[in-house]
Design a protein around this ligand. Structure first.
Ligand code: PSU
Ligand code: MN
Length: 301
């Protein structure tokens, strides 16, 4: 059986020429940011990667085909589409079989990136262990994927809506290296500080690329999680964002939000509560991650 997989002209050319590629997810476009900032950000992130010497490959499933690299028209279409599936490892094949359209989370993007031979992926924040997971068992499939699929994921840490100590514990159990860049502390998405020391630190893209290669040489499955703090001028300090996060979590509990809806619900609540500041910060940190991912990708080729 041949896989329904299609490369954009730009990505096909980069693959043929052996240029450095950086994968980008699409759930951040369909479920993470409102229109039109979602499309504007997706374009800006792609431009940032090109400006730093690599080729962007935004990944999504359109009408039952995996697209690695989206054309302008496809990005426009996805950014305004309704009823887009939010795909993880569990539902990727079902979406393809049904000929549907779906956005890839970190987990599904890693799977598709690896299929396409792309080793580096930039996003905002990964999913993790949700607060109250001891009751709800809500642990993002992103964590398992990091232990299985050899892609280096650049994120701004895990969101403060999660239980960060538990997220670190699960990643350690799964054998996923959690690497902070430029500081010892694990960054917490909107804030540079989390109050937690990151297990590992590497400041240099070349060393991060080398560690990626050495994992492969050791025969270890899985990738690396590179946590890159949001730039100082864009951050929302922890003391400011935490009360807003607590309110959003209460609202989610009152409204009975569960499973895949939790993360999008909390993000849109925070957007309203911070009058858009959480989105401005989110955009800045994704751009910052795109820059670092491009540098790592350039070191890897
Ligand atoms: N980071 C963002 N915005 C997002 C996400 C991450 O800045 O919307 C998405 C990613 O696709 C991630 C997903 O994989 O949220 C996690 O969802 P869940 O908690 O349901 O696993
Ligand atoms: Mn979940």
């Amino acid at each position: 059986m041949t896989l329904p997989l299609s490369y954009s002209p730009e990505v096909a050319d980069a693959r043929a020429r052996g240029l450095p590629l950086v994968a980008l997810e699409s759930t951040i476009i369909t479920h993470g940011m409102p229109f039109p900032q979602n499309i504007e950000t997706a374009r800006a992130v792609e431009a940032e990667i090109r400006a730093h010497g690599a080729v962007p490959a935004t990944i999504a499933i359109l009408d039952g085909t995996i697209h690695v690299g989206l054309t302008d028209a496809q990005l426009d279409q996805l950014g305004q589409a309704k009823d887009v599936m939010k795909l993880s490892r569990a539902d990727l094949a079902v979406c393809l079989a049904q000929g549907k359209t779906g956005a890839t989370t970190v987990a599904a993007t890693m799977i598709c990136a690896h299929l396409a031979g792309i080793a580096v992926f930039a996003t905002g924040g990964i999913g993790g262990v949700h607060r109250g997971a001891e009751e709800s068992f809500d642990i993002s499939a992103d964590l398992q994927e990091l232990s299985k699929t050899p892609v280096t994921v650049v994120a701004a840490g895990a969101k403060a809506i999660l239980d960060l100590p538990k997220t670190l514990e699960v990643l350690e159990t799964l054998g996923v290296p959690v690497i902070a860049v430029g500081q010892d502390e694990l960054p917490a998405f909107w804030s540079r500080a989390s109050g937690l020391k990151a297990p590992l630190r590497m400041d240099d893209p070349a060393t991060i690329a080398s560690a990626h290669r050495l994992r492969g040489a050791l025969g270890l499955a899985g990738g690396q999680l590179v946590t890159n703090p949001i730039p100082v001028e864009a951050e929302i300090p922890r003391a400011e964002i935490m009360p807003v996060v607590e309110e959003a979590l209460k609202a989610a509990a009152v409204e009975g939000i569960t499973a895949k809806e939790v993360t999008p619900f909390l993000l849109s609540r925070l957007f309203e509560a911070t009058e858009g500041r959480s989105l401005t910060a989110n955009i800045a940190l994704v751009l910052n991650n795109a820059r670092l991912a491009a540098k790592i990708a350039c070191e890897l080729v």
